[in-house]
Design a protein around this ligand. Structure first.
Ligand code: HEC
Ligand code: CU
Length: 346
């Protein structure tokens, strides 16, 4: 009876687990729908070990219940059964079977570990293999395309169907770089350089997350990996490298003036060019789907963000511009909206 009570007490908890799995919603923030060779390897191995576990459980429980039924005490059975000790045949069997099962697991594990650790360039792409330096900051991501000489923030673009090599760093505390649909997570550690490669087998927008508790807004330290066909990717690279054009629109150039001089946003946010700044580069800000990793990128949210970033992302390093006049805000937003490198911006 007591067991039943305990079981019933755990029922809501187990139901909650089922309900929470529904929270995944539309996103591809899942390792169960792999979209690249690394993620496929992880998923296949997860299934393989699950099958092995299921096989072992089924066999063990089947034997258990058969023996329970077969050797239970029967009516009139009042003698102690013959006592035995040890069985060489049985002991060899239950040693050899697990060894075989572990060997079955070891083959793909070891070959996969080498596959994932191989940081040689993509054999088909050679020298043009894309290499990206990732830096985790509280609470945003910096992506340096050093070979091309520019820096991106919050969204990392890669060509589809090619191995892309990431070099991982952290500027403050430990973070962890994770795009579940494409592969395993890897920590970014201050003072240590880690490496990882990923490949996306289909074009698309893949969600990424920081997977290492790094401070109050850790849960909002999201980013996106955007895989484009090679020609679109090249066009994006060209856009990121292009000289900033002088704005022709009056409001936009007023906004630029405020961004550079009036409020000194430029001190933390570079536009164009490369290197580390105190905040994410805004070269292609208007192409981003979200602001600060998670807020839908519309004017209302943008204004709210500039006026009071702390209320939206606790502990982040951007100061508030609460008292900005509406006119200045309008001009700044117009300027930020002009920052795009993609041809179409749907
Ligand atoms: C002291 C440095 C600093 C200054 C000055 C500053 N920012 Fe920021 N800003 C940041 C940091 C840091 C972030 C990243 C916050 C996060 O996501 O954790 C940020 C994020 C942003 C973002 C979101 C970027 C994205 O793609 O997620 C926008 C837009 C922005 N700032 C605009 C401005 C504007 C406009 C000004 C001037 C009025 C300004 N910032 C001044 C540090 C600064
Ligand atoms: Cu984090």
């Amino acid at each position: 009876m007591k067991l039943w009570k305990t079981a019933i007490r755990f029922l809501p908890l187990s139901l909650a687990v089922f309900l929470l799995t529904g929270c995944l919603g539309e996103t591809n923030l899942t390792a169960l729908d792999p979209k690249g060779p690394q993620a496929e390897w992880i998923f296949d191995n997860m299934l393989l070990s699950l099958y092995i576990m299921a096989f072992v459980s089924i066999v063990v429980f089947a034997i258990f219940f058969i023996i329970l039924a077969k050797y239970r005490r029967k009516p009139g059975d009042d003698q102690i059964p013959k006592q035995v000790h040890g069985s060489t045949a049985l002991e060899i069997t239950w040693t050899v079977i697990p060894i075989i099962l572990l060997m079955i697991l070891a083959v793909p594990t070891i070959s996969g570990t080498f596959m994932m650790a191989d940081m040689e360039p993509d054999p088909e792409v050679g020298e043009d293999t894309v290499q990206i330096k990732v830096t985790g900051h509280q609470f945003w991501w910096q992506f340096d395309y050093e070979d091309e000489g520019f820096t991106a923030g919050q969204e990392v673009y890669i060509p589809v169907g090619e191995k892309v090599i990431f070099e991982l760093h952290a500027s403050d505390v430990m973070h962890s770089f994770w795009v579940p649909a494409l592969g395993g997570k890897i920590d970014t550690v201050p003072g240590i350089t880690n490496h990882l490669w990923l490949e996306a087998s289909e074009p698309g927008v893949y969600k990424g997350k920081c997977a290492e508790l790094c401070g109050p807004s850790h849960a909002l330290m999201d980013f996106k990996l955007i895989a484009l066909e090679r020609d679109e990717y090249d066009a994006w690279v060209a856009g990121m490298k292009a000289e900033q054009e002088e704005p022709t629109d009056v409001l936009v150039s007023q906004g630029q003036e405020l961004f550079n001089e009036g409020f000194g946003c430029i001190g933390c946010h570079a536009i164009g060019g490369s290197g580390t700044a105190a905040g994410p580069t805004l070269t292609n800000f208007n192409d981003r789907e979200v602001i600060a990793g998670y807020l839908e990128n519309n004017d209302e949210n943008l204004e709210a963000w500039i006026r009071n970033p702390q209320s939206l992302k606790q502990g982040n390093k951007m100061p508030a511009f609460e008292d900005m006049s509406d006119e200045d805000m309008e001009a700044l937003i117009a300027y930020l909206r002009s920052l795009s490198v993609l041809e179409t911006n749907e």
